[in-house]
Design a protein around this ligand. Structure first.
Ligand code: FEO
Ligand code: CA
Ligand code: CA
Length: 635
């Protein structure tokens, strides 16, 4: 196993790094830097013709909404002139003839037919497929994890659940697929009779595809062929593909397994992934599948990007092993200028990496059954690479190819399947740049740049700094942009820049626009979305550590108002904001309110949002937000 302390190869001085990076930004010509905690000398801006992008400069006048004030209370706040609707809550039946949720009488049978817990990723896919309909579509929502102390009377610990409670837990994970329609009054309605509605849980039949499919290491007590697999869990963010499927990202899957690592054949892999061998969840106590002492290879069946076809409720989701195995935050695809598909991914753990996959084959733009069947194979064959950032502003994508460089039998790699399974180890050997927890990585559809949310890393010491991660004990996070030369996302060398150093400007160095208000600063960027004018919408997870509620901010990323972030939404106490997703016309914004009530309990919750009824616990929920005059969100 690689010693994580050996991974740091550059020790630039903080002020020098920040000055060098920020000086490259053209916005400095027209906008100042808010830097109250340190003084950073500003150098003249310099451009590069090689990397200049074809740009449609967005109108900064678009973000004219009245900012929501910073603060922290039990309520969800949206700007004046906007409405929000709680569309789906944990426990809401998504099929006809299912009993209404009763928190005192919950059962696994009901939970399998109800909206799951802790909603994270949200994707809206217009109906019919291929249309830009913003009034009717499918919502696909992840249920990342559970908090037993908020779900069950008596507020038990996750490791202490009974067999029936554990079955409820399995069913509260995974995803929900639902058909929704907009009503004349602006509200959205769930179509319970839809043929698309589906619950995917930790037990749904699936298949492995790509490099590790059928490999010896994938054969388990239950999967004799190394192809069949069951369920998905720990699903954080994700992405919608141009061919109308959803990519869901398995992230913190290590906590679901128990077993003695010292006697496990996969101990090196599991330790590098963060498995501890302790009992943090009850799953391995009641089901041998998650007991590594009895079923040692099962841990390799989790930690993947999973592709789901929401247009076929009978389809078997596929785990795309060629996209590598790590703590996947999300996966967003972009059709390159040559028609190949480029997928960007973050590995959300301290000091982990940013990845890219380029398909071998090219995307077919049609929506016939044959086109879709072909497009569903695109993410199985191609090249996976990892990002190595340089202080000179260049970024080298290091290919993870069996037999090349150090990826040989001498280092434990015997095939491309081993690279799929031991992706972090392969990336270590190629000197990838350790980052401050890479979360969403998404392409801005207007300027073509790739934006990487780096949420925070309070473990980074001063001698572990590198250029894109320039702050020690980083509690506030940053956003880095990646620039493909001439818009070619398959290039092996990009440029990169610091888009935002987040945090409270009174407490740390930041680079907001000088006109940013006291409500405009944010901390711990996590998920993101872009509107049709290319504004970056950042959701946060961790702002309460900075004294304010988590929520959603909108920010221009092009001249001249770069860095002028504005708070659009404030979460109820304890909640993080996930999955911002716009309808194609930007008139509805869907958001997931995850873990309201935070670390309080079912018996004594900090809030009973969204029901505020004495007999209801706080419930994670999906909300729809729109402007009362029907205008685009943000205006
Ligand atoms: Fe599930 Fe990376 O947050
Ligand atoms: Ca996240
Ligand atoms: Ca999160």
């Amino acid at each position: 196993m690689t010693d994580p302390n050996l991974k740091y190869n550059s020790k630039p001085i903080f002020a020098q790094v920040v000055r060098d990076r920020l000086s490259r930004r053209q916005f400095l010509k027209g906008a100042g830097i808010v830097a109250s905690a340190a003084t950073v000398p500003l150098l003249p801006a310099c451009g590069s013709s090689v990397f200049s992008q074809p740009t449609r400069v967005a109108s900064p006048l678009r973000l004219t909404f009245n900012e929501v004030a910073q603060g922290l209370d039990q309520h969800l706040h949206v700007p004046q002139g906007y409405s929000h609707q709680v569309l789906l809550r944990w426990g809401d039946p998504i099929f006809q003839q299912v009993a209404e949720f009763d928190p005192q009488q919950q059962s696994a049978k009901n939970q399998n037919l109800q909206f799951g817990f802790n909603n994270d990723f949200v994707g809206f896919i217009p109906l019919p497929l291929g249309s830009q309909n913003s009034q009717h579509g499918l919502l696909v929502v992840n249920h990342e994890h559970t908090k037993a102390h908020l779900m069950h009377p008596g507020s038990p610990k996750d490791a202490d659940l009974s067999l029936e409670q554990t079955k409820i837990d399995l069913a509260a994970h995974g995803l929900s697929v639902v058909e929704v329609k907009r009503q004349a009054n602006g509200e959205w309605q769930l179509v319970k009779a839809s043929r698309y509605n589906r619950r995917i849980t930790a037990e749904t039949p699936m298949q492995l595809s790509g490099w590790a499919r059928g490999h010896q290491r994938m054969k388990t007590l239950y999967s004799k062929n190394g192809v069949d697999t069951w369920g998905t869990y720990g699903n954080c963010a994700g992405g919608v593909t141009p061919w109308g499927t959803v990519l869901t990202a398995e992230e913190n899957i290590n906590k679901y397994f128990k077993g003695d690592l010292d006697n496990c054949p996969e101990q090196e892999n599991y330790r590098r992934f963060g498995f501890k061998g302790d009992v943090r969840k009850s799953w391995g106590l009641h089901f041998d599948r998650w007991d590594l002492d009895k079923n040692p290879q099962e841990g390799l069946h989790a930690g993947w990007i999973v592709e789901i076809d929401p247009f076929d409720a009978q389809s078997k989701p596929r785990k795309l092993t060629s996209l590598g195995r790590f703590k996947h935050e999300g996966c967003n695809v972009h059709i390159n200028t040559d028609g190949r598909v480029v997928a960007y991914m973050g590995d959300d753990q301290k000091f982990e990496y940013v990845y890219r996959f380029i398909s071998r084959d090219t995307y077919r733009a049609g929506n016939t059954a044959a086109d879709r069947a072909f497009n569903l194979t695109l993410l199985d064959n191609g090249e996976l690479s990892v990002a190595q950032f340089s202080e000179d502003g260049s970024l080298h994508w290091q290919p993870l190819v069996y037999g090349q460089g150090p990826l040989t039998p001498a280092n434990g790699f015997h095939s491309q399947a081993d690279i799929a399974l031991d992706t972090r180890k392969a990336a270590d050997l190629l000197a990838a740049t350790p980052m401050d927890r890479p979360e969403d990585v998404e392409v801005n559809p207007v300027n073509g740049k790739v934006y990487v949310m780096l949420t925070k890393n309070d473990s980074r010491k001063p001698d572990q700094l590198n250029a894109p991660n320039p702050r020690a004990y980083n509690k506030a996070g940053q956003v880095v942009e990646l620039i493909a030369p001439q818009g070619d996302h398959s290039a092996s060398v990009f440029k990169w820049d610091l888009t935002l150093l987040a945090g409270n400007p009174k407490q740390t160095i930041t680079n907001y626009h000088t006109a940013t208000s006291d409500n405009g600063w944010l901390a711990c960027p996590d998920n993101c979305a872009f509107d049709n004018l290319g504004h970056l919408w950042l959701s946060t997870d961790g702002a309460e550590d900075h004294g304010v509620a988590d929520g959603l901010w909108a920010m221009p990323v092009d001249n001249p108002l770069h860095g002028l972030s504005k708070r659009f939404l404030r979460c109820p106490i304890g909640a993080e904001l996930c999955g911002p997703f716009f309808t194609p016309d930007n008139t509805t914004l869907f958001c997931a309110i995850q873990h309201p009530g935070g670390d309080s309990t079912f018996d004594k919750p900090d809030t009973r949002w969204p029901d505020f009824a004495d007999d209801m616990p706080c419930r994670p929920a999906l909300v729809a937000i729109w402007k009362d005059d029907g205008g685009v969100v943000g205006s």
